[in-house]
Write a protein that binds this ligand. Structure first.
Ligand SMILES: *Cc1c(COP(=O)(O)O)cnc(C)c1O
Length: 394
């Protein structure tokens, strides 16, 4: 089996599994308890906070553990919105290709009286900092732009956007779920006030993540109850998950320099191979993208059929995001970069891990080529394109 869906989730690293097992078996105390077992758990929790903070250049007191990326996104945006509302500022700037955890939260806020500007994303899948600057108004309370897109892998000019926000004294949130543990980043250098991350995207367990909130940014609770996490997120902490997340992140972040050139070379080999398929196109900028991300559109086919046939060949990939697979709506990300409905339907995302070999890449290229050719052989859309009834777009 060739697993090429690391943007959806990753396999837990051995270090993460070991950390989790060790906590479950030996340190099962409640971190809020005062006896030794509880205090050991508390120590594990604070060591994890320190480790996570170090990786992104934060202070441990600026790290809040959550149930994952979605919760961190919700809390970051809700907090900034609450602060804005208090100051009479109810305008938020974001982009059309954010994750649904961001877009749906913004939609809810719209219903609560906030004004939301969603910036266009260009054909290259990149947000223009000048357009962020132009969208900012006197009543803007938050700018939220993702660090790297989960479908097309494009890496946004976060530092420039952060600088613009800070010049204007506006809070800046970034959904960095696809970036943390994959590319180097530093919240201070990037002028980030709020950042979301999720463990299962960097070889940690599912159901755990963290929110970075710069010192001085007052958070709003999504969950009320006990005084855990500095009173900002109630509920007994997921100590095994948090310990495993820290172990996974230390390892992933430590390997970025070593893995990036290898992954990027495989990615580029895959891109070159898939480009040989007629009427295909890479989605998103070729260089400003995550080292493991490849996303293509193929004219005249359905992404779902492509996925199922690739699965038969032992290749696990994705068409659009996991949250929208199963629905027949094309990906909002591909529509945002200007792909028309028909073309957006025929998309394929391959997100590579460090474990794949050149032979695996060549097998993927051959398999995708064969499956696309096969699907086109009985596609009525393809027949129309080839007969000239409809013009080719790609
Ligand atoms: C996966 C993902 C999320 C959601 O994270 P969960 O931990 O699964 O809730 C949010 N944003 C992006 C960009 C993602 O890729």
């Amino acid at each position: 089996m060739i697993y090429a869906d690391n943007a959806a989730t990753t396999r837990m690293s051995d270090a993460a599994v070991q950390a989790m097992l060790s906590v479950i078996q030996q340190n099962y105390g409640n971190p809020s308890s005062l006896y030794t077992l509880g205090q050991q758990a508390k120590e594990i929790l604070e060591d994890a906070r320190q480790a996570v903070a170090e990786v992104i250049g934060a202070d441990p007191r600026e790290i809040l553990f959550t149930s994952g990326g979605s919760e961190a996104d919700n809390q970051a945006i809700r907090s900034a919105a609450a602060l804005g509302k208090k100051a009479g500022k109810t305008h938020i700037v974001s982009t059309a290709f954010e994750h649904h955890a961001v877009l749906h939260t913004l939609e809810k806020l719209k219903g609560e009286g906030f004004d939301i500007t969603l910036l266009d994303v260009h054909e290259d899948g990149l947000v223009r900092p000048e357009e962020v600057r132009a969208a900012i108004r006197d009543d803007t309370c938050l700018v939220t732009v993702m660090y790297a897109n989960n479908e097309i892998g494009t890496i946004q000019p976060i530092r420039e956007i952060g600088e613009i926000c800070h010049e204007r004294g506006i809070l800046f949130h970034t959904d960095a779920v696809q970036a943390v543990g994959h590319i180097p980043l530093n919240v201070k250098d990037d002028h980030v006030d709020l950042l979301s991350a999720s463990a299962h995207k960097f070889h940690g367990p599912k159901g755990v993540g963290f929110l970075y909130a710069r010192k001085g940014v007052r958070l709003t609770n999504l969950i009320e109850g006990g005084a855990q996490e500095n009173g900002k997120r109630a509920g007994t902490e997921n100590v095994p998950g948090i310990a495993a997340m820290a172990a996974a992140l230390k390892e992933s972040a430590g390997k970025i320099a070593q893995n990036t050139p290898i992954l990027a070379e495989r990615r580029d080999r895959l891109i070159r191979g898939l480009r040989q398929i007629p009427h295909s196109a890479l989605n998103g900028d070729e260089t400003q993208r995550l080292p493991g991300n490849v996303n293509f559109c193929f004219e005249g086919i359905e992404g779902e059929s492509l996925l199922l046939l690739l699965d038969d060949k032992g290749i696990e990939a994705s068409s659009g995001s996991a949250c929208t697979s199963g629905s027949l709506d094309p990906s909002h990300v591909l529509l945002a970069i200007g792909r028309v409905h028909d073309v957006a339907h025929g998309s394929l995302r391959l997100s590579l891990g460090e474990d794949l070999t050149d032979a695996d890449i060549d097998y993927i290229i051959q398999s995708v080529t064969d499956v696309v050719t096969y699907l086109r052989s009985f596609s009525p859309i393809w027949r129309d394109l080839e007969s000239g009834k409809k013009p080719h777009i790609l």
